[in-house]
Design a protein around this ligand. Structure first.
Ligand code: NAD
Length: 494
């Protein structure tokens, strides 16, 4: 058997094994076979990486570069990603099973995020304060925080790292990234480009390995100033507890149970396509998966028929073929989780309309059929809990008030889709839905200019967009006494 490709970790500008010398295997979900080995980091490696990032922050000159210079480097990184997009897309598809078509689109778009934040670099500034004391001149300046810890899940490692990396770097921070143990390879390929772009050693570090101990040690490290986390609620709870140790600021981008609402005046073809994009794109392994479709009773049968017609034709199989529409799930555990939820759905009285099993024509790979359940209400576990797989719950509704109540009856609050022609209704419902992102007559649209994030079990904070760069900075207020008069009574505040 050929020896598997080995990925080392990247600390202080050098590629290295973990201090234990151990490696773990990463699997191709389409073949169920290990295709590479990744260095298995531990607490000692985290210590090395955080110290390297801290030293780079203090003494590499990085934090004191002008914003313009940092912006130029971040832009260069974006350009290198554009040049190497095909290779990056292939590695990510191989590692997490996402369609090569989708990955090409995603990686080709990633540079825009680097360009966006590079462009913001010299447009973020402090202000002078109109202080109410004549002799004082005061101003604010924007300063970086220090060491940032970035932790990402398996489903979109490059995109979700980019949302953290680009603003953190432009702001002048240094960073330690821990990718998911399921799909670390594409980030390690990207880090080669960080090296090529010419960032000082220690500014970007990657420690590969598992949540315990790598993620845990990293997020509780006393030198970490901010944790940017994307992943599940359970891991997020640990991270928030860890932040009680180091008082790191935390951003949590977690999961969802997002509603896709179709009103009676919607374009039924577009609505059906939007629902499919929302739940079967990326085989449902998307934080913004529109896993609950609410169809108005007057349009229910028509949209349901279109859904079932199209879903029955979804081409499921090899993610590297250009005409494949759904690839495998990323792990065996995820496949079993989806199967468990389908069994729960059946137990709780959901009507299985299509799918519900592993596809018969594929004897290898962690594939699951696109699956649709019909429910009369919003009360079963599969309409409440995040599945993170290709399982859609369809529920009828009669009016605007009812659907707002149904859509909001979830502990999550990440995304929502509304399919409607009446513009007034579109605005009313968009306002009433508890979600960080609302798409009207579209779904899964992204841009560096628009932030993502949620509330409740979906987490807190926002990533992307103009606001996000401020999360990676802090304000300093500088007071200057312009008077040469003697200092008066030192025992009272001035
Ligand atoms: P996960 O929480 O299991 O893992 C995410 C990352 O956290 C991994 O790198 C993992 O190693 C690490 N981790 C695990 N335990 C940890 C701990 N105790 N301390 C620190 N780090 C720890 O999530 P997953 O299963 O990889 O991804 C699926 C989840 O991610 C879903 O809930 C999905 O909705 C969510 N997600 C959210 C977004 C978003 O932007 N809101 C995007 C993609 C995925």
């Amino acid at each position: 058997m050929n020896e598997l490709k080995k990925y080392q970790m990247y600390i202080n500008g050098e590629w290295s094994d973990s201090s234990s010398g151990e490696y773990f295997e990463s699997y191709n979900p389409a073949t169920e076979e290990a295709w590479c080995q990744v260095a298995k980091g531990n607490a000692e490696d985290v210590e090395r990486a955080v110290q390297a990032a801290h030293q780079a922050f203090l003494s590499s000159g990085w934090a004191n570069m002008t914003f313009t210079e940092r912006g130029r480097l971040v832009r260069r990184l974006g350009e290198l990603i554009a040049e190497h997009s095909e290779g990056l897309a292939k590695v990510e598809s191989l590692d997490n099973g996402k369609l090569i078509r989708e990955m090409r689109g995603q990686v080709n778009y990633l540079p825009e995020f680097f360009y966006y934040y590079a462009g913001l670099a010299d447009k973020i500034h402090g202000r002078t304060l109109p202080i109410d004391k004549k002799e004082m001149f005061a101003f604010t300046s924007k300063e970086p925080l220090g060491v940032i810890a970035a932790i990402t899940p398996w489903n979109s490692p490059l995109y979700l790292t980019t949302l953290k990396l680009a603003p953190a770097l432009v702001a002048g921070n240094t960073i330690v990234i821990k990718p998911s143990e399921v799909s670390s390879a594409s980030l390690l390929e990207l880090v080669k480009l960080v090296e090529e772009a010419g960032f000082p050693p220690g500014v970007v570090n990657v420690v590969t390995g598992f949540g315990m101990p790598v993620g845990d040690t990293l997020t509780s490290h006393p030198l970490v100033r901010r944790v940017a986390f994307t992943g599940g609620s359970e891991s997020a709870r640990h991270i928030v507890q860890n932040s009680a140790q180091n008082f790191a600021q935390v951003t949590l981008e977690l999961g969802g149970k997002s509603p896709n609402i179709v009103f009676e005046d919607a374009n039924p073809d577009n609505a059906a396509m939007g629902i499919i994009a929302g739940i079967f794109g990326a085989s449902g392994q998307s934080c913004v998966a529109g896993s609950r479709a609410f169809l108005h009773v007057d349009i229910y049968d028509e949209v349901m028929k279109k859904l079932v017609d199209r879903v029955s034709k979804i081409k499921i199989g090899d993610p590297f073929l250009d005409d494949t529409e759904m690839g495998p799930l990323a792990t065996k555990a995820q496949l079993e989780r989806v199967e468990k939820f389908v069994a729960i759905g059946l137990d709780e009285g959901g009507k299985l309309v299509i799918g519900g099993q592993r596809p018969k024509h594929l004897d290898k790979g962690w594939y699951f059929e696109p699956t649709i359940f019909e429910h009369s209400d919003n009360l079963s576990r599969i309409t409440k809990e995040e599945i993170f797989g290709p399982v859609l719950s369809v529920i009828p509704f009669k009016d605007e008030e009812e659907v707002i109540q149904l859509a909001n009856s979830t502990d999550y609050g990440l995304a929502a889709g509304i399919w409607v022609s009446d513009i007034g209704k579109a605005h009313r419902v968009a306002k009433a839905i508890r979600a960080g992102i609302v798409w009207v007559n579209t779904y899964r649209s992204i841009s560096p200019i628009a932030a993502i994030g949620g509330s409740g079990l979906s987490g807190y904070g926002r990533e992307g967009g103009y606001e996000a760069i401020h999360d990676y900075m802090q304000d300093k207020v500088v007071w200057v006494n312009t008077s040469s008069d003697p200092i008066p009574d030192p025992f009272i505040m001035r």
